[in-house]
Design a protein around this ligand. Structure first.
Ligand code: ZN
Length: 179
């Protein structure tokens, strides 16, 4: 179940792997701890928004890109309490837009590749800051053939991922799997 305790576990694991990013993530850690301590959200308007999204890569080193209205990127959605994990939330973001389910975790890379910190958007409620947990999943391009006629969904090379940090870590995860 994706509650504050689950997100804390994903977050602390990520922070221990990426120590240079701890400072920027600590506000989320503190807010989640306050949720656990209070048994509810005690933040009237300052609660950070949490979302999850997946980069789905295939055997050719291509990623499933989605047209966001302003560019090619990856969908992200807020977790439901009924999601089993935040990684599943990330997958749901892709499944809801494509109907695909032939997707599996990359062995050894089951935890977030990147946690983005951005200003919250118009759909994030009163939150000031949005934390985007990005996971990587594998598929086979043959499974997605029916999806590829859809407008706004395209296989594009991983090298076209805009964020250098995400691009670098997705590339590493692919190499990790091949080795
Ligand atoms: Zn809160």
């Amino acid at each position: 179940m994706v509650n504050s305790s689950h997100i804390i576990r994903e977050l602390t694991r990520y922070m221990s792997d990426h120590r240079s990013e701890i400072d920027i993530l600590l506000p989320l850690f503190d807010s989640l701890k306050e949720h656990v301590q209070a048994g509810r959200c005690p933040h009237r308007d300052g609660c950070p928004s949490v979302k999850a999204g997946a980069v789905v890569v295939d055997e050719r080193g291509q990623a499933l890109f989605f047209w966001t209205g302003t560019g090619w990127g990856f969908p992200e959605v807020p977790p439901h309490r009924s999601d089993s994990t935040l990684g599943f939330t990330a997958l749901r973001a892709v499944m809801e837009q494509t109907g695909i389910f032939d997707v599996w975790p990359v062995e050894g890379v089951e935890h977030p590749l990147v946690i983005d910190v951005d200003s919250a958007g118009p759909h994030d409620g009163p939150a000031a800051v949005k934390f985007g947990f990005r996971y990587v999943y594998r598929t086979d391009s043959a499974f997605l053939a029916p999806v590829m006629g859809r407008l706004g969904v395209e296989w594009r090379p991983v090298s076209e991922i805009q964020s250098p940090r995400l691009r670098h870590r997705v590339l590493n995860s692919i190499h990790f799997q091949r080795s």
